[in-house]
Design a protein around this ligand. Structure first.
Ligand code: GLU
Length: 402
């Protein structure tokens, strides 16, 4: 009898987590590594948020909390949804978890039965398909083409829907491409979803506050209020407030779904960290002015990285609307041999050789379901990014094409 579960055998370790860990290990061994693998802001958590956490510790707010969030945080989240997204939720419709990842995990575990299908646009964040598999569901991948900014068409969404479809996972601005759907593009998708009332919508809005050049962020329940009753709107404080390690994600949705998610959480982590919850209250209720300052910094970094990558022979890089990722193509490098003698047959080969020969850690495109590409997380200083681009250029210039 195998020791590990059959379900787990179908699941891969998270490649984003693995690349980040590998970069850390190489750095610890003294290697000069530039890590553009993790999707994590380099900025520090703002001081007012840290102070709120310290005050919570000192006030003894260090005990169990209600499983899916303290009332103060649920209210702050309701206020945020109303203020920023025009969405009206009651505290009973809010779930707070240990990161956005646990929100998605709880929702999928609470609703999937074997054979249920979940439509996921590719390229996708690495964990969507594997969490679906953990829930014994079936990921149904719809590819977005680079020529359309990696966004899927309403026709492709319509074609993927079957009687077994339970969820459609939507993510804009996207991890890993940075692509953002305009209101018209999203409306075209919600029009399709309106016609299929058995399909639920899970909107991962984690990169909401990272949108450039005047791009206006929109979320499905806002664009199509008739989908409100079957939409889970997911967000978190990690990316906007530089709080990845605090692990606070949240969602608004129908009460019966939120109650089901609470049941999963009560049987797993019990509640997200009490201290982090108080920090998140301050993040959402406190000053918001640094969001636009940081967004402007990310926009300048995007421009630097796109220009730097497009100067590398064999690489082409589109200009995305948001997040802090770009998703360049390495089509022009496939089939070449690196100066270190590595044959570049896949985007994974490209990334492995780049790490070995130039010490730049990025994540290969196959992990996100669309090749041959790689993901650069440009949440680093401009000096580091310029050095990374120079190293990638040296690597590409060293490729021999047979
Ligand atoms: N979401 C980030 C990323 O894509 C953090 C790592 C993870 O959880 O995947 O890199």
């Amino acid at each position: 009898m195998p020791f590990l579960s059959d379900t787990l055998a179908a699941v891969k370790p998270s490649p984003t987590v693995a690349v980040t860990q590998l970069a850390r290990e190489l750095q610890a061994k003294g290697r000069d590594i530039i890590s553009l693998g993790a999707g994590e802001p380099d900025f520090d958590t703002p001081d007012n948020i840290k102070a709120a956490a310290i005050a919570a510790i000192e006030a003894g707010k260090t005990k169990y909390t209600p499983p899916d969030g303290i009332p103060e945080l649920k209210q702050a989240i309701c206020d945020k949804f109303a203020r920023e997204n025009g969405l009206s939720y009651q505290p009973s419709q809010i779930s707070v978890s240990t990161g956005g990842k646990q929100v998605l995990y709880n929702a999928l575990m609470a609703t999937l039965n074997p054979g249920d299908e979940v439509i996921i646009p590719a390229p996708y964040w690495v964990s969507y398909p594997d969490i679906v598999r953990l829930g014994q569901g079936t990921p149904v991948i719809v590819e977005g083409e680079e020529a359309r900014g990696f966004k899927i068409t309403p026709e492709a969404l319509e074609a993927a829907i079957t009687p077994a479809t339970k969820w459609f996972i939507f993510n804009s601005p996207s991890n890993p491409t940075g692509a953002g759907y305009t209101e018209a593009e999203l409306k075209a998708l919600t029009d399709v979803l309106l016609r299929h009332d058995h399909v639920w919508i899970m909107s991962d809005d984690m990169y909401e506050h990272l949108a450039f050049d005047g791009f206006r962020f929109v979320t499905p329940a806002q664009v199509e209020p008739r989908l409100y009753d079957r939409t889970l709107t997911v967000n978190g404080v990690s990316k906007a407030y530089a709080m990845t390690g605090w692990r606070i994600g949240y969602a608004g949705g129908p009460e019966h779904l939120i109650a089901a998610m609470r049941k999963i959480q009560g049987q797993s982590t019990t509640n997200p960290s009490s201290i982090s919850q108080w920090a998140a209250v301050e993040a959402l209720n406190g000053p918001q002015d640094y969001l636009s300052e940081r967004c402007a910094a990310f926009s300048a970094r995007r421009d630097l990285v796109v220009a730097g990558l497009n100067a590398c022979p064999g690489i082409t890089c589109a200009v995305p609307e948001g997040a802090f990722y770009v998703y360049p193509s390495v089509a022009g490098c496939i089939g070449a041999v690196s100066s270190g003698g590595k044959i570049i047959a896949t985007d994974e080969d490209f990334c492995t050789a780049l790490l070995e020969e130039q010490g730049v850690a990025v994540v290969f495109g196959a992990a996100f379901g669309l090749s041959p590409y790689f993901r650069v997380s440009y949440a680093e200083s401009e000096a580091v990014l310029a050095e990374a681009c120079a190293r990638i250029k040296t690597f590409c210039e060293g490729l021999h094409h047979g």
